[in-house]
Ligand binder design. Sequence first.
Ligand code: SF4
Length: 700
Amino acid sequence: MTAITESAICTTCPYCGVGCGVTARPDGAGGLEIRGDKAHPANEGRLCSKGSALGETVGLEDRLLAPQIGGQEASWDTALDLVASKFRAAIAEHGPDAVAFYVSGQLLTEDYYVANKLMKGFIGSGNIDTNSRLCMASSVAGHRRAFGTDTVPGLYEDFDQAEVIVLVGSNLAWCHPVLYQRIAAAKSARPDLRVVVVDPRRTATCDLADLHLAIAPGGDAALFNGLLAQIAATGAVNAAYVAAHVTGFPEALAAAQASDPALTGLSDADLAAFYRLWIGSEKVVTVYSQGINQSSSGTDKVNAILNCHLATGRIGRPGMGPFSVTGQPNAMGGREVGGLANMLACHLDIENADHRGAVQGFWQSPAMAPGPGLKAVDMFRAVEAGQIKALWVICTNPAVSMPEADRVRAAIAGCDFVVVSDLTAQTDTAQLADVVLPATGWGEKDGTVTNSERRISRQRAVLPPPGQARHDWQILCDFAARMGWGAWFDYANPAAIFREYAALSGVAGALGRDFDISDLATLSDADYAALAPFTWPQSARKRGGRFFAEGQFYTPDARARMLPIVPRLPQSALSPDTPFRLNTGRVRDHWHTMTRTVKSARLSQHMGEPYLEIHPRDAARLGLGPAVLAEVSNTHGTALLRVLESARVPQGSVFAPMHWTAQTASAGRVDALVPATVDPVSGQPESKAATVRIAPFKAA
Ligand code: SF4
């Protein structure tokens, strides 16, 4: 069980949801020596460029080392007294829904647990939401509709056993590189493995593809509806499985048969080739991420995919199943711990009075949230409207990463009271805050994270907290004590928080929920320190960590639900004024708003500035040459981006990365162009389908 080598510390990468194990050891020059952890099942020693450069990103140049009030250094006591007095006054005068926490998929589970308990159980509001709303809320909603819980059925080892891997809206080569390496290795070992990439762009991931389907933006639900209709037409429905374990098949099939395949923009030959591959091989894994989730119909797209796996019974067995991969290191942990405004801890439902009562009873809390709080876009609308009087942003940068970012920036600037806890006071959001609190970051803090395959791993401290920085859970507990709830937030260490969380999961298990790690509720501090990576639940781990092997789901009748899906196109319509579709996403070597990756010169070499990937024929038509500046605009904002001509994007569509901020390239912020239109079920914004006009930049 020991996870600490002779002198290097075993910990987990803080970037994407692959959740790679790394070993880290101080290099004597202020950095860290980083290696892939060969013993970690998620990566077996592999690392990508970002993970291997972690040691170059721990410098203290821009770190916030003491609390600040109005830009002036203050003591912790003064800062926290002020925060508590402002929150107390806002709650007393306007009620608990007048305050909000906006948190992050990069928080550790223990931090998340404390923040969630504080807001939902003690302040008594559901107003805690997370930037994970922007990356995988549609998968959560799709899982809950189909399975009754937010359960990811499969494991990474399914990739090693699959005969066909379909990657939908997922540039794995850049965004989940070690999973891409894993599939590449599987394909090298088994040349008969077929890989299909469904993406409007010919991304780097297509280098591995046997078939690339350059689908029209928004065509995914029509593609999987067409697949379901073809499954039925070719007699490939697993009738016995559907009869025993599924409801809704006739309605879902009727909707699929009425669906127009022309919405995919694909040729009949491409559609036929895809259907032949998918139907012809039982061991199919359908992997999907932001291209599916970041859509105004993202939840329907997820269910269109799940429908096909349920109709064929290709779920819960090795080498097959739908597989949502998460964007952030602890997006999954945040889901488990109830970090979304519409969920409770341990996959309990906030809409369910019995569940709320059970959690309140466990916490012995005075003021349980009566129902869901505001999802991210609605939360910042409420800030804009003056309904949120006190906002606490933890470990994220919404002033630049939210859709309609300029509007969100103005809303935060106009909020009565804003607190930011972060590594630095230099983020766009921290610059707008009344109080900035120095938090520890990766390499300095202890806790757990959960990756895309439900594997819980430890993050461990290798370096001491710099200056006066405190851990996020400590900051929140210090705040709770000032609010009069110290007895409920008197944790000695992250292990104590984890034990309480594990015990609460036993309550969830008793209520029939999937998330139950209660056999870890008595873990000693020493065993927590040495905790090796494991997939939950523990009982399933003994069976291989796989869900739904017996065809039992978490719905009232224990059957999975297929849903009738009517494809919908992106909400922003192309027009003569805004004739281009803007797709946004990550580049290979940067992470989110670059707070960490910008410190590595090596990482910045890959893509050094914001750019616009545009088809050469579109560029020529607009009078744009290679490397000139293009002005990209719509009603929400304007960005200046360097032209990168590339036939990898289709004509009529452009791509721009999301990483640059007012601090790193003030004119290159693309989230200012993204409309705040959301999926009606999940609340996830449509970040990949803005419409824009493009023109050569002319200096005034
Ligand atoms: Fe880190 Fe993701 Fe790269 Fe693994 S694949 S090293 S988790 S960024």
